[in-house]
Design a protein around this ligand. Structure first.
Ligand code: C5P
Length: 412
């Protein structure tokens, strides 16, 4: 059984505070111990009883309560991680200046735990030079800023400033927590090791149309690609996700390009690759597509007992991107294989990295094994990362988030 970690969730006064309830709930369901520190303004948007019931702990707001137990420093000192969601423009300004005029400010200043903030505000406030400068200061201190996304805001307007979805905030925060160096390891600067880098990730499975209603597809859910996007966000990267038919929600603070077929993915990846420093081809791309796409639905009355499909080869996106790679650009491919023998799986991987010409190849086994589906669509994964010489540089089995971090660890 894992030891529960202590997570302090700071909630500040924005309308997105109502969504912070789901952030608190997700940490609790993950088995962590959650303490909410809400500002007075936050409690105008969401009730204390709700937060206490969901967090299963008292909610603190007042700097002058619990003085005998020195609460203004004890909460921060006991935290393994602090997450502020939503973080208003005002709170961000106070954090940048190091102000401690309320319990949350004191808690943060008194803590050495990693800090993750999820900004939420109107677009004009997010773009205001004061906020831009404050966010830059926070990032430079190694604070993880998740979001904001672009989308519908409180009124009828939409734009940048919408709080990232609770699911993503929690995934990013847990990724930050899991990557904390243990005592004796180098300082926490490693946490933001992808700051300022553009990471391009393909995820999901392509669908190759046969007619207006049918396609040839595969079982990829996109979970591993989305976990890579979340892990890269947590490490400070700017992320573009080329998403093919995902079964999971996409973080709103990544730039998402929706595609369906291999040809569409090829076009989107080629365009985004122009500015990407790191490319990860996690998508399951169909090797072949129907030669012709029928304009009308294929009818069995017209076809008879046997339908023969003629397929043509799709472009190999990974091989093409690798061949056109700019100096310094790093490219990671995947090899999802049904081979059950570990040694033969490695041989397949070593052959593949030569054919594809990428820098690293993530080899994993997929398919059905004794009634269990492995790799595709599952919550866990087990991979071996090979370098271009076929040497094993990393190996991990665990959640798709821990696999994602193991993959990102190899990027120099
Ligand atoms: O050849 P195979 O499909 O096993 O290679 C898997 C790797 O190649 C994955 O990274 C996948 O995203 C990529 N791929 C591609 N274009 C294709 C087929 C696979 O980029 N047409």
């Amino acid at each position: 059984m894992k030891t529960p970690r202590t997570i302090v969730v700071g909630i500040t006064g924005g309308i997105a505070a109502y969504k912070a309830v789901n952030v608190v709930r997700a940490f609790v369901l993950n088995g962590d111990s959650v303490h909410v520190v809400a500002t007075t303004a936050a409690l105008r948007f969401v009730g204390k009883p709700t937060l206490e019931a969901i967090s299963r702990n008292p909610v603190h707001t007042d700097l002058y309560e619990g003085v005998a137990e020195v609460r203004h420093v004890s909460i921060g000192q006991g935290a393994d991680l602090i997450v502020v969601a939503p973080a208003t423009a005002n709170t961000i300004a106070k954090l940048a200046a190091g102000l401690a005029d309320d319990l949350l400010g004191n808690t943060i200043l008194a803590s050495t735990a990693p800090l993750v903030i999820a900004p939420a505000m109107h677009t004009e406030m997010w773009n205001n030079p004061a906020t831009v400068a404050n966010v830059a200061v926070l990032r430079s201190r190694g604070i993880t800023v998740v979001g904001p996304g672009i989308g519908r805001l409180t009124g009828t307007d939409s734009g940048a400033g919408r709080m990232e979805e609770p699911e993503t905030i929690v995934a990013v925060a847990l990724a930050v927590l899991d990557r904390q160096p243990s005592a004796g390891e180098a300082a926490a600067s490693a946490v933001q090791d992808l700051a300022g880098r553009h990471v391009l990730i393909s995820a999901g499975g392509t669908r190759e149309p046969l007619d207006p209603v049918r396609f040839l597809g595969n079982r990829s859910s996109g979970k591993q690609g989305v976990a890579l996007a979340q892990a890269a966000l947590a490490r400070g990267a700017t992320v573009t996700l080329v998403a093919a038919n995902l079964e999971v929600a996409v973080p709103t603070s990544v730039t998402t390009v929706l595609v369906s077929s291999a040809l569409e993915m090829h076009e989107a990846m080629t365009l985004a690759a122009e500015t990407a420093e790191v490319i990860i081809m996690a998508a399951a791309v169909a090797d072949y597509r129907p030669k012709t796409v029928q304009l009308g639905k294929i009818k069995k009355e017209d076809v008879g007992d046997t339908l023969t499909l003629e397929l043509v080869k799709n472009p190999d996106i990974l091989a093409a991107l690798s061949a056109a790679r700019r100096p310094g650009q790093q490219i990671i491919g995947f090899a999802a294989e049904t081979e059950t023998d570990a040694d033969r799986l490695l041989v397949l991987g070593r052959d593949k990295i030569i054919r594809k010409g990428c820098d690293y190849l993530v080899v994993n086994r997929v398919g059905h094994a004794s009634g269990e589906t492995v790799g595709f669509g599952t919550e866990r994964n087990a991979v071996t990362v090979l370098d271009r010489h076929g040497v094993i540089v990393n190996e991990v089995s665990g959640s798709k988030m821990s696999v994602a971090n193991c993959i990102l660890d190899v990027i120099g």
